[in-house]
Design a protein around this ligand. Structure first.
Ligand code: AHR
Length: 501
C-alpha cells in the first residue's frame, strides 16, 4: 500500500508551544508517596526524593508538572502542607477516600521540580474553598516578602518567590463526582472572580478555566460556552481532559480514537471563537489539554476497591500497566497536539509516576519506563519548533469512532532551518505502508535518524523484571533518495524520522 505525504518547508501551522510536553502529578495512590517521595528508600536523597525517578522525569524534559490535583485539589487545604513536617495535620481526602499525611506540600514539590528540571503549574481549590484560599496560596508562592503569607514562606526557608506562571482555577467542576460540583454559571462566575483577583496581583499570570471533564459529558459543549461567557476576558486557557480505553478489545477502533480527539479540539476552538466574537474581544483564549492518557487496564479492579476502602495512606491505585498497542494510540495523540499547535498550547500527560503513568516504581526497589514513556520522550525531545502542514494521500478505513481514518498518521516539525522531524504511526494491522514523503521548498539531503518502536505482540508490556521489552530501536528501510524520503514502515509501528534539508 502506497502513501504519499507532502509538506512544504515554509507552510507552517504555528510555533509549537513547548508546554504541550508537560505532565500531571496528583496526591493520589502512590504518585507522590512511594512515587517521587520515598524517604525510606535506600537511595532516597536528603529531601526523601527518589533519584531514579528524578532521572527518568528529567529525561522527558517536561516544561511543567500540574499539581496537586485533579479531584484531590477540590478538598485540599494547601496550608496543611507547609511548615514543620511533624506539625502537619493528617486529613481525609474525600476524592479518593484516603488519608493525606501532608508530608509533601508546595515547598517540597517546588524542590522536587528544581531537581527534575521542570516548573510548577498549580491548581487552586474551587470545590470546597474559593477566593480567599486561592489568593493566600498565590501570595505565599509569588509575593517577594513583607506580608503575612510571603513571610511565612520565607520562614519556611524559601526566600525568593516561586513565581508560578500557570494556575488552574479548580478541577473538573462540571463532574458530579467532584467535591463542590457546580453548574456552568456558578463555576464561570467563581472562576471570573478568582481570576480577576489573581490578575490584580499579576496580570501576566496564565489562568486556566475548567472545561468539561470529557467530551462525553451531558453538559458538553454548552459548559464551555457558558463558562467562557462568564470569564472570557479574565482567563487565558480552557481545559480539556480525555482518557482512552480499549475495553472492546478492538484494535483498529482503539487506534482511531485520536480522530474524535481532533474533533473535540476543533469544537472547543470554535466555542472559544464564538464567545470571543460575541464579546467583541481582542483577547485570545487557548486550550490547555491538562489531562490526557490511556486509562482502563486496571479500572474495573480499582472501581471495586477504592470507593469503599477504609481511608488508607497512599495505597496502590490506578496502576495501569501499559502495552505496545497504547504506544500506537499515544503516538497518534501527540501527533494531533502537534497538528493543532495553533490552539493547543499546554498539554499534560496524566499522570507521571505510578498512577496511570509513564514511570513506575517498586517500593524500596527500582523504577522503570512504561511503554508509553517512549512516544512522549521522542515528541518532547524532537517535537519542538514549528508544526508544518501535512497532506496525506493514502488508504483509509471506517470504524465505530470515525470514518476515513488514515492508516498512516503523521506530524511534521521543522526544528530549525535545516532539520525536519516526522512522527509516523502505521495503524495498519497487517500491511506495511510504502512511504513517499516530499518536502517542497527545501528538499531533504540526508536521513539523520530513524528510530522505531515495534513489537509482534500488541499486549507486550514493560515490567520490573522486563523493563525494556517495548523500547526504541534503530529503524531500517527508510532512505533519502532523489530529494524525497522513501521506504517502507511495517504494520503496527511507530517511527521518528529526522532529515537534514
Ligand atoms: O487523573 C485521575 C483523575 O481523572 C483526576 O483526579 C481527575 O481530574 C480526572 O477525573
Amino acid at each position: 500500500m502506497k502513501v504519499r505525504v507532502s509538506v512544504h518547508h515554509d507552510f507552517r501551522i504555528a510555533a509549537i508551544d513547548d508546554r504541550i510536553y508537560s505532565a500531571f502529578l496528583e496526591h493520589l495512590g502512590r504518585a507522590v508517596y512511594g512515587g517521587i517521595y520515598e524517604p525510606d528508600h535506600p537511595d532516597a536523597d536528603e529531601d526523601g526524593f527518589r533519584p531514579d525517578v528524578i532521572d527518568l522525569v528529567r529525561s522527558l524534559k517536561l516544561p511543567y508538572v500540574r499539581y496537586p490535583g485533579g479531584n484531590f485539589v477540590s478538598n485540599y487545604h494547601w496550608e496543611d502542607g507547609v511548615g514543620p513536617k511533624d506539625q502537619r495535620p493528617v486529613r481525609l481526602d474525600y476524592a479518593w477516600r484516603t488519608r493525606e499525611t501532608n508530608q509533601v506540600g508546595i515547598d517540597e514539590f517546588a524542590r522536587w521540580c528544581a531537581k527534575a528540571d521542570t516548573g510548577m503549574m498549580l491548581a487552586v481549590n474551587l470545590g470546597s474553598r474559593g477566593l480567599d484560599a486561592a489568593l493566600a496560596c498565590l501570595e505565599y508562592c509569588n509575593h517577594p516578602g513583607g506580608t503575612a503569607w510571603s513571610d511565612l514562606r520565607r520562614a519556611h526557608g524559601r526566600q525568593d518567590p516561586y513565581d508560578v506562571r500557570v494556575w488552574c482555577l479548580g478541577n473538573e467542576l462540571d463532574g458530579p463526582w467532584q467535591i463542590g460540583h457546580k453548574t456552568a454559571r456558578e463555576y464561570g462566575r467563581l472562576a471570573n472572580e478568582v481570576g480577576r483577583a489573581m490578575k490584580s496581583f499579576d496580570k501576566s499570570l496564565d489562568l486556566v478555566a475548567c472545561g468539561s471533564s470529557h467530551s462525553g459529558m451531558a453538559t458538553y459543549p454548552a459548559w464551555e460556552a457558558e463558562v467562557l461567557d462568564e470569564c472570557y476576558d479574565t482567563v487565558d486557557f480552557i481545559s480539556l481532559h480525555t482518557y482512552w480505553d480499549n475495553f472492546e478489545g478492538d484494535y483498529l477502533n482503539y487506534v482511531a480514537k485520536s480522530v474524535p480527539l481532533e474533533r473535540y479540539i476543533q469544537t472547543v476552538a470554535g466555542t472559544i471563537d464564538y464567545i470571543r466574537a460575541k464579546k467583541r474581544s481582542d483577547h485570545k483564549v487557548y486550550i490547555s489539554f491538562d489531562e490526557w492518557n490511556v486509562w482502563y487496564h486496571n479500572r474495573k479492579e480499582d472501581q471495586e476497591t477504592w470507593p469503599s476502602w477504609d481511608w488508607p495512606v497512599a495505597p496502590p491505585l490506578l496502576e495501569d500497566v501499559y502495552n505496545f498497542e497504547d504506544v500506537l494510540l499515544i503516538g497518534c495523540v501527540l501527533n494531533a497536539f502537534i497538528r493543532r499547535a495553533d490552539v493547543v498550547k499546554i498539554a499534560c500527560i496524566a499522570q507521571l509516576v505510578n498512577v496511570i503513568a509513564p514511570i513506575m516504581t517498586e517500593q524500596g526497589g527500582s523504577a522503570w519506563r512504561q511503554t508509553l514513556y517512549w512516544p512522549l520522550y521522542y515528541s518532547s525531545l524532537y517535537g519542538r519548533g514549528d508544526a508544518l502542514a501535512v497532506a496525506v494521500d493514502g488508504p483509509t478505513y471506517n470504524t465505530k469512532v470515525a470514518e476515513d481514518v488514515p492508516y498512516l498518521d503523521v506530524s511534521a516539525v521543522r526544528n530549525d532551518e535545516n532539520t525536519i522531524t516526522f512522527f509516523v504511526v502505521n495503524r495498519h494491522p497487517d500491511e506495511a505502508l510504502d512511504l513517499d514523503i516530499g518536502i517542497a521548498g527545501l528538499p531533504p539531503r540526508e536521513l539523520t535518524e530513524h528510530t522505531t518502536i515495534a513489537n509482534d505482540d500488541l499486549r507486550a508490556t514493560n515490567t520490573v523484571s522486563a523493563p525494556d521489552r517495548v523500547s526504541p530501536t534503530k529503524g531500517t528501510g527508510i532512505a533519502v533518495e532523489d530529494g524525497a524520503i522513501r521506504g517502507s514502515v511495517p504494520p503496527r509501528s511507530y517511527h521518528v524520522i529526522r532529515v537534514a534539508t
